[in-house]
Design a protein around this ligand. Structure first.
Ligand code: ATP
Length: 383
């Protein structure tokens, strides 16, 4: 288990205190589970992980690994990194170029003066686990990127740590290899029962690996939960927009009816599950739905509730999907349709579609949605 409590870290700059890189965050990684810290560049993911590893000294807070408290500002306790018994894998593989694969993997055990025979056995096991046993005697630089990353992984697990920390370990690999390695990493984690904290800016990676995703923004936690929870029922518009492409329409409220809220905008009239924050009075609200969560409907359904009607301004064929942009009054939307279903959609046509899993946020959500879109677009693998 990893327990991070009220962690704060600022980097002082030339006699001046900078704003906190990590600003009072708390989260738990239960034993044998994977938590991913997800967020845009500069949101404080790496700093958090390095505090857990002991490579960065926090300003305050408390960090516990299993039964051991390794950092506690109140008790002025700060256990050095080499005594924290954890494995770490970085984006840059940080493997020794003058050593063979086997020597690289054996390195942490040699530092701990483990007996030669035990080293041999543990290294063989670690290399088998990452599928590199056949390359044990090759010089590490003479390997592909994916193989080098496996060496780094084998080296991190060879001492059988309870806790494994990974900082963007897959981002130097090409897309196909990254997918494969992600699956292998998850398999390895399950087999060894590792407790893992994984830093990434890539939402697919975060969701594909994690039991729990912790989404960070400007040094704070926006929201955390299972990948499904965060994707399907986000409480925060920043979360909703960070995880998947979306549309948001400012709408007038027509009031609530039992468990439903009715909203109207230039695309139509929509009934949405009443959100918890809704106090009952009429007010402007933001109607949110994902690009993929739409169903094309026949013109005969036009004008009905929960049907959006707009004019097609652009249709881009992307193979698996057809991206259709539409406008109604001041509002626009981009939806991802099945190209077979939407084969007759052309620019200038009227289009009718039903958003299938809409959410409603308070007016003002558009600022968070826009911020999330910009943060995602700024990433190298941005949409
Ligand atoms: N050694 C340092 N000295 C001063 N500022 C730092 C240092 N390391 C990080 N920062 C700043 O702290 C903030 C958080 O950085 P951090 O590396 O933790 O973010 P991140 O989410 O991991 O970003 P990335 O995905 O780009 O690595 C950023 O504003 C960064 O510029």
């Amino acid at each position: 288990m990893i327990e991070v409590e009220k962690l704060v870290k600022s980097y002082g700059t030339a006699g001046r205190r900078a704003s906190a890189a990590v600003d009072d965050i708390s989260f738990t990684v239960p034993a044998g589970e994977v938590v991913t810290l997800l967020g845009a560049s500069g949101c404080g993911k790496t700093t958090t992980l390095r505090c857990v590893a002991g490579l960065v000294s926090p300003d305050s807070g408390r960090i516990q690994l299993g039964e051991r408290v390794v950092y506690d500002s109140a008790r002025r306790l700060n256990v050095s990194p080499d005594k924290r018994d954890l494995g770490m894998v970085f984006q840059s593989y940080a493997i020794w170029p003058h050593m063979t694969v086997k020597e690289n993997v054996a390195f942490p055990l040699r530092c701990r003066s483990v007996a030669r025979a035990a080293i041999e056995k543990k290294v063989t096991t670690a290399l088998e686990l990452v599928g590199l046993a056949h390359l044990a005697d090759r010089l590490a630089p003479n390997l592909s990127g994916g193989q080098q990353q496996r060496v780094a992984l084998a080296r991190a697990i060879v001492a059988e740590p309870d806790v494994l920390l990974l900082d963007e370990p897959l981002s130097n690999l090409d897309a196909k290899l990254r997918d494969d390695m992600r699956g292998e990493l998850r398999g390895l984690q399950r087999r060894l029962g590792l407790t893992m904290c994984f830093v990434t800016h890539d939402q697919t990676e975060a969701m594909g690996l994690a039991d729990t995703v912790v989404l960070m923004r400007d040094g704070r936690i926006v929201e955390s939960g299972s990948p499904r929870q965060l994707y399907e029922a986000p409480r925060d518009p920043y979360t909703a927009s960070f995880l998947g492409s979306s549309n948001l329409w400012l709408s007038a409220s027509l009031g609530a009816d039992g468990e439903k809220v009715r909203l109207r905008n230039d695309f139509g009239t929509f009934e949405v599950d009443r959100p918890q924050w809704w106090t009952g009075e009429r007010r402007a609200a933001a109607f949110f739905f994902r690009r993929h969560n739409v169903r094309l409907v026949e013109p005969t359904a036009a004008g009905g509730p929960n049907i959006a009607t707009g004019r097609v301004t652009e249709a881009v064929f992307l193979g698996e999907t057809l991206h259709v942009s539409a406008a109604a009054g001041e509002l626009t939307a981009t939806v991802a349709l099945d190209p077979w279903d939407a084969s007759k959609v052309t620019v200038g046509d009227e289009i009718h579609f039903a958003p299938t899993h809409p959410l409603v946020f308070p007016a003002g959500a558009e600022r968070d949605v826009e911020a999330a879109e910009q943060d995602v677009a700024a990433e190298p693998s941005g949409r």
